[in-house]
Design a binder for this molecule. Structure first.
Ligand code: HEC
Length: 245
């Protein structure tokens, strides 16, 4: 500072750069106008607004209904639905249904129908390929006491497999064992026949069958019209469909 009274330069007047700079450093920075940092509250407030607005807009403008036609019903791929209901030859359809039902028998009679020391074979068995009522009654009621299969005596115990079995399953498994393991039958057991066998078995209302009873009372075909293996049927219901024009 200069002393105004003497108007002479104050030789003590000096500037300590370091002290001044330290003092300036302690002060808040000065920012160029327009480039000041934004308050944290403004940022958080803005984020909250975006969040809420996003939810509101998302809910009201972008929901699923805005992108599909009104009353739109999703259709399955072309040909997908009809393929499973396409009519099939009766033999194929029955074999497919029967193969499924046969899994309940395979544990004893073996997957290939060859049987073993305790369980008689279904392959080449007269009880299977002969008149259709005997195997139907065996399946529905079970079998015990002695029986000769392919010239070999067995004296085992087969439980009834009929519980919960409907005409479709019975026809399927009968046609399956009569057309597998090298067996072949000219005509198939129809659903009508299978239902008749179910009714007959119910009337009997007894325990397991024996070979003697089967031969005495049931050595015949099941009543009803047999099914030609080439008839076209609905693979789901196994019922014949009208031939396509
Ligand atoms: C728990 C074992 C067992 C199961 C499961 C079983 N069977 Fe049998 N099955 C036998 C036995 C044992 C005999 C012989 C009974 C006897 O000696 O009197 C037999 C006999 C038969 C016979 C007559 C004899 C022959 O070999 O031709 C037929 C047909 C038959 N079973 C079909 C079936 C079918 C079809 C199923 C499935 C729906 C089935 N069985 C499930 C044990 C079984």
């Amino acid at each position: 500072m200069s002393d105004p009274s003497t108007n002479r330069p104050d030789l003590d007047d000096n500037t300590n750069v370091i002290t001044d700079a330290t003092a300036a450093n302690r002060e808040n920075h000065m920012f160029t106008e327009g480039a000041e940092p934004i308050s944290l509250w403004v940022i958080l407030g803005g984020a909250l607004i975006v969040l809420v607005a996003g939810g509101v807009i998302g809910n009201s403008f972008f929901d699923f209904d805005h992108f599909v036609r009104k009353d739109y019903v999703r259709a399955s791929a072309p040909g997908a639905a009809s393929a499973s209901t396409q009519p099939k030859a009766a033999l194929d359809a029955h074999m497919k249904a029967g193969q499924k039902a046969y899994t309940a028998c395979a544990g004893c009679h073996q997957p290939g129908g060859e049987g073993n020391a305790s369980y008689p074979p279904l392959a080449n068995s007269e009880w299977v390929t002969g008149p259709s009522l005997r195997p139907a009654m065996i399946i529905l009621n079970g079998l015990h006491e002695s029986i000769t299969v392919n010239g070999k005596p067995y004296n085992g115990n087969m439980p009834s497999m009929g519980s919960g079995m409907d005409a479709k399953q019975l026809a399927g498994v009968l046609n399956f064992i009569r057309n597998s393991f090298g067996n072949k039958s000219e005509m198939l057991v129809s659903l009508e026949m299978a239902q008749n066998a179910l009714d007959l078995s119910k009337e009997r209302n007894g325990g397991q069958m024996t070979a003697n009873e089967l031969d005495a009372d049931y050595k015949k075909d099941i009543e009803g019209t047999p099914l030609d293996p080439q008839t076209m049927v609905d693979p789901k219901t196994l019922l014949p469909v009208a031939a396509a024009e």
